[in-house]
Design a protein around this ligand. Structure first.
Ligand SMILES: [Zn+2]
Length: 260
């Protein structure tokens, strides 16, 4: 009985944290990253993925959720961080958390890709998950609160349709721009010299902190039952595009480092 309840409980809560950036968000991050790869990294990525682009590899981490043998990857898509932390506070949590999460799985994927003894199959897995995880890591609602499941429990409407805060950031805002992923990547891939200079020097946990700061801004301006539409798009489009671009640069830097 208890077991049955648990299973039902899991079935009802799993899809809540279901996505990440939706299809578009992940592909935009992959597409931008590809444009910032060194020659060596381009060759290295091709050596692993063949003709599968980073953009097309990026959604695999979500697609496999329909296969129960991959349920163990459930926690890999996010890291929960409590409110009110400063930078060191975030770092302390990241250092302490033992269970798999979007932050501590990245170095493992990197290690598989760097290891000459990894099989081709292991490398494809690691590459696809790396692209996906770096996307998730820069989606602000993937570094958000545990008690509301990263905004999944914050019910809002998006242009009159029932939604939640997490989903608005996964999909709603991005889809509202009505661009394909290639158009989107092309439209925002103009990092300023200052942005590049600051982002290039960041560690992975700095990127998590940036995402956490972005989620704090979002929480401060979005409450349950809010009716979100034009004004929300106007207020947050800049932050959305910055996180997407930053995710692409972050991924390119990680890959350039692997294949230097
Ligand atoms: Zn994900």
């Amino acid at each position: 009985m208890t077991k049955a309840l648990l299973i039902v409980g899991c079935m009802t809560c799993l899809p809540l944290h279901a996505n990440a950036w939706g299809m578009l968000g992940h592909r935009i991050v992959g597409q931008i990253a590809e444009a910032h790869l060194s020659k060596k990294a381009l060759k290295g990525v091709k050596g692993v993925l063949g003709n599968e682009t980073l953009a097309m590899a990026s959604n695999w981490g979500d697609f496999i959720k329909s296969d129960t043998s991959y349920n163990y990857l459930y926690n890999w898509h996010f890291v929960n961080l409590p409110a009110g932390l400063d930078k060191q506070g975030v770092f302390n949590v990241l250092d302490k958390v033992q269970e798999p999460n979007v932050y501590n799985k990245v170095p493992e994927m990197v290690a598989i890709l760097k290891d000459n003894n990894s099989s081709a199959e292991q490398k494809v897995f690691a590459m696809r998950m790396l692209v996906h995880l770096i996307g998730d890591l820069n989606q602000p609602m993937h570094t958000a609160r545990k008690d509301d499941l990263g905004g999944n429990k914050v019910a809002v409407t998006w242009f009159g349709e029932k939604s939640n805060l997490h989903r608005v950031w996964d999909e709603g805002l991005i889809e509202y721009q009505q661009l394909s992923y290639t158009e989107y990547a092309k439209a925002i891939d103009y990092p300023s010299t200052a942005q590049l200079a600051s982002w290039n020097g960041l560690s992975l946990r700095d990127y998590v902190y940036g995402s956490y700061e972005a989620c704090n801004q979002i929480y401060a301006k979005t409450k349950g039952d809010d009716k979100l539409s034009y004004q929300y798009n106007f207020n947050f489009l800049k932050l959305l595009n910055e996180q997407l671009l930053k995710g692409g640069i972050c991924l390119a830097n990680v890959l350039n480092e692997i294949y230097k």
